[in-house]
Write a protein that binds this ligand. Structure first.
Ligand SMILES: [Fe+2]
Ligand SMILES: [Fe+2]
Length: 383
């Protein structure tokens, strides 16, 4: 299913994005090649036996890495970023189960895929770290800084983006916002599930409590993603997971891929939890902008219920993350505690970058997204 959707999406993607950079690098053909590789039987064996099969893909990746991340002081080429983040996403998504054909997972442990992922991630992550002043972060008093950041990010200043969302976003813009955000919203908290297993303590118990709320305590009707799907259905959007993959700007894919990296590597446990602390703290303020837009547009409660729910729940989650996860972890790991700050600051930077890109796309969009009648969904309920 994903392959069929992906191939169709790629054709649309070809039409929409063309080649805006060095003409002799065809990232779209390379991405198509990569999608075909994912579906090969015995991928590793085939690559070993006929390495020429992946020559042009690897050349495209090498070119993209230098175009996107060659100079940390520069933003890099958008098409190259997009190509690399889409490849990474297609590898990372295999960590989750999508209730599709089991055949789609036959290469999930392929050495070649791991090698490709590491190759892209290592260059990308080095570039990403250079966007922050690490030394300065290492010198901050961790617990004090976390508390100060909590206060600031709970109630941030009104920026141009926030003003745009509150005052100007129109109905089509709102639909596009939901469509783009659905890449994460429809599978919300899935990556978090990857960090929960292991030794028992208060930190673990709190994390499980957060996850249980995200998952509606095991009731589909109360699961946060159900509220997201409900909003989409109400706005006549496709509620299938990854249905709007092609709309995702690279900045959003990078945010999701970064999260995959931190949840899959236990060495980054502190960074992940620092990031999740920011995410939960910042939620209510971001969702308030969306809710104000929905109310101004006179949308139904179903079309905005997810935001209202999160304003309430994330206020609690943010505090739990600070008091019962981040601060205790800082105490348990004094030498690495600064990594909580790194995770927090990175989540904010990467999240803001994605938010800016999404708003830019909404402002530039000229065509409305097609109206879709979705199959009926479970009733979303808070009880
Ligand atoms: Fe949630
Ligand atoms: Fe939450």
């Amino acid at each position: 299913m994903f392959t069929a959707v992906a191939n169709r999406n790629l054709k649309e993607h070809n039409a929409n994005f063309g080649s805006s950079i060095a003409e002799n690098i065809d990232f779209l053909t390379a991405e198509n090649q990569f999608v075909d590789l994912l579906n090969l039987d015995n991928l590793d064996q085939q690559v070993n036996q006929s390495p020429q099969r992946v020559e042009s893909l690897e050349a495209a990746i090498a070119a993209a890495l230098s175009l996107a991340y060659g100079d940390p002081a520069q933003p890099g080429d958008d098409t190259a970023h997009r190509f690399l983040q889409r490849i990474l996403y297609r590898i990372n998504r295999l960590n989750l189960f999508w209730y599709d054909s089991l055949n789609h997972y036959k290469n999930e442990r392929s050495f070649y895929l791991q090698w490709l992922r590491d190759r892209i991630e290592s260059v990308w992550q080095t570039w990403e770290l250079k966007q922050l002043d690490i030394e300065q972060l290492q010198q901050q008093p961790v617990q004090q800084t976390l508390r100060a950041w909590y206060e600031t990010d709970l109630d941030p200043e009104i920026t141009d983006n926030k003003r745009f969302l509150r005052d100007e976003l129109d109905r089509e813009g709102y639909r596009r916002l939901l469509a783009i955000a659905s890449l994460d919203g429809l599978v919300e908290a899935s990556r978090m599930s990857r960090i929960l297993g292991g030794a028992s303590n208060e930190v673990q118990a709190t994390l499980i409590r957060v996850l249980l709320e995200e998952y509606g305590n095991g009731r589909l009707a109360r699961k946060h993603s159900t509220f997201f799907a409900k909003m989409m259905a109400d706005m006549h959007l496709n509620t299938q997971a990854e249905g709007y993959f092609d709309l995702a700007p690279w900045q959003l894919l990078a945010s999701i891929n970064h999260n995959f990296l931190l949840t899959e590597c236990k060495r980054y446990f502190l960074r992940y939890n620092g990031g999740l602390t920011y995410f939960e703290i910042a939620g209510p303020s971001i969702y308030t902008d969306y809710l104000i837009a929905a109310q101004r547009l006179n949308l139904s409660e179903d079309s905005s219920g997810y935001w209202a729910l999160h304003i309430k729940e994330d206020e609690r989650h943010g505090l739990w993350m600070l008091e019962d996860v981040a601060l205790p972890l800082a105490e348990q790991y004094p030498d690495q505690a600064w990594e909580l700050l790194l995770g927090y600051a990175q989540e904010k930077l990467i999240g803001d970058r994605a938010g800016n890109a999404i708003i830019q796309q909404i402002r530039q969009a000229t065509e409305p997204l097609p109206a879709i009648v979705s199959p009926s969904l479970p009733e979303a309920t808070t009880r």
